[in-house]
Design a protein. Sequence first.
Length: 442
Amino acid sequence: MFVGVDVGSTNIKALFIDEAGEDLWVKSVPSPRRHDGYGVVTEGLELIAALEELIIEGWRAVGKGKPIAAIATTGIGEDGFCLDAECRPRGLAIPWFDHRDKAEAAFLMASDEGRAHPWINFAFSTAAAKWLWLRKHRPESISGNDPWVTLTDFPAVWWARRKFICTTLIPRTGVYDVFKRQWIPSLLQRAEAPPLPEGLVAGEIVGTVVPGPLREAGACDANTLIVVAGHDHPIASNAIMRIEPLARIDSIGTANALFAETTTPSAGAATAGIDLSLPVRGGPGISVIGPIEFSVPMRQAFGSDDNVKQYLSAPHLPGAPAKTAPTIAAALADTGPDHHRRVIEAVTVEARDFFRAMKRVGIADGPMYATGGWARSRALMELRASIFGEPIIAVHEPELTALGAALFAMEGATGKMPYAMQSRTSEVIDPRKDWMEIYAGW
């Protein structure tokens, strides 16, 4: 058995697969959170306890007494903390969506060092901005020579007692040059960065599970491998790229992330709003992530996730296309009969514009895939295909991120690339020609 762990913003998940890559067991529970006076945060060892309980539950359900062969963790990109010599967190992990560090992000963006690297998008979610905030407000959690690791990598670090950072997560710090493949000394200094550990590529073996609850329960033994996975959207996208290496992926969940990779980035790869990262498997080139807020404008327009689900459960979206492309702000202010549709059109236009910008960065026109919870809405996929102007292949794998990690766990243990994605269910959604003709003029 191989296990993929997904450390998510809302939920943590564990997915067990067998040697054929078929699902054996999966479960999702709420991510453990506490409040630190500013907002919700994560305490690292509480996360470990919750994950271990989840893995042991899954192993007791399907393990048949045989230890897990390998575990890999994936998840959110910017949360993290410093670790002491025993790998215990010295502070609490601030979630990427927390805005407490907006002033620090603006400071980095306006600094000479930030302006010298225009392809780095400093935002409240950037780890570097959170380091500066911690220096001011929680100095005891970041002072000294203890290295900083991401929350996503931390379970692997804890179980193998080896500090590292996955290469897909390194650029999320905001202090790394993806073209030169090195940390940026001037930005490290400006961000008052803590020490940073070695980088490991997805699929590399971190070590084996040390004694602890997983071994005491029998779920793991001294031979159970801990394998690197990394940033959630790229890892989910890589699962699709096992089918089609040139895929462009529209991943729609709580956030909407557009993803693709190229070995030949253009000289003008610095494009506002697009995040540049490293290819999931290493090697030449870059990966490109277009981050878009999805759930926030949806909730503002519909009032609740349940209302969004009800609206998007229809076979087709009601109403007709707008005559001109709406902005999100204008769509939210619209009080007409089609105002819900206008918001969805506006968010989709933003995604389309990201894909156009990604092409200017050097991304090829590969087939379009969609994944994530909202990819199961045929109505949404039909609208997106019509605005994108091409078919969308919707992959109906409910836990693709955890599966992507599990496949890397299998790959690390067996030394072979699994081809389990070929058996996963997918559906081709074609554009509506009458809509596409109108949207083509936007």
